[in-house]
Design a protein. Structure first.
Length: 247
């Protein structure tokens, strides 16, 4: 060990000598796992798997090890690991800590934009493992306008198609919910008045278009609604018009 803070040794072993932790609480989606496999296949494994010498249990790197197994299509290859020597209680503690995203900091969205501007050949979606939805959420939360995002983070045709499908599903779900609520309200009103109201052919929604993304964001914040929300009940507008809404 080169200094007192390094509590590991790089040891060469055979893959079959180690095993995963049955208690490992970290999960990964199939899409994220495929990204990991592609990255390892392209650039190799650049950080070692962490293993506890006393139990030969993987402490950190379960998904990377699984990806390596699938790429190698076997489990008897030689590899180097960062070997630590701890008791079982410390092993579990370290496993949780190493998988805890809240202990790993957060992204500086503006710095990512600057990095993309300086290193334009880096594909943040393909090379860095981001999803377009992740970037949109991160940058909008940081107040970075959509034009800047779209100008430097271009998604592929496949990603655009996926996003379009997601938006269509989300829009359809919202519209069904709004229509269902509207029908229920109309049915209740008809019952009170003794009349009959047919809503199947009602044109009951309208779209408001803002001049800029900032203008829309300011409005949504003012009416205390989620910034990315695309549909909201007319009661908000009624309350604003009647000056009954508390800003």
């Amino acid at each position: 060990m080169s200094n007192k803070f390094e509590k590991f040794e790089i040891i060469k072993i055979n893959r079959n000598e180690i095993h995963g932790a049955d208690y490992n609480p970290r999960k990964i989606s199939d899409a994220a796992f495929q990204k990991l496999k592609r990255k390892i296949r392209k650039d190799g494994l650049i950080t070692p798997i962490v293993v506890n010498k006393r139990t030969m249990t993987v402490v950190g790197g379960h998904q990377r090890l699984r990806a390596m197994d699938e790429i190698a299509k076997k489990t008897d290859y030689d590899m180097s690991v960062a070997m630590i020597d701890v008791d079982e209680n410390k092993e579990v503690e370290l496993n949780i800590f190493l998988n805890n995203t809240s202990a790993m900091g957060e992204w500086d969205a503006e710095m990512l934009v600057d990095l993309k501007g300086s290193f334009q050949d880096i594909d943040f979606l393909k090379d860095c493992g981001f999803d377009k939805l992740d970037l949109d959420y991160m940058f909008s939360s940081a107040g970075i306008d959509e034009e800047t995002i779209d100008s430097i983070f271009e998604e592929t045709k496949e990603q655009k198609a996926i996003l379009t499908d997601i938006e269509k599903i989300e829009q359809s779900d919202r519209m069904r919910k709004l229509k269902s609520d509207h029908k229920a309200e109309q049915k209740a009103q008809s019952k009170e008045t003794g009349g009959t109201h047919f809503v199947e052919h009602d044109d009951y929604y309208v779209c408001f278009v803002f001049n800029t993304n900032q203008e829309k964001r300011a409005f949504m914040e003012k009416i205390k609604r989620p910034i990315k929300e695309k549909y909201t009940k007319a009661t908000f507008l009624h309350d604003i018009v009647k000056d009954e809404f508390r800003f």
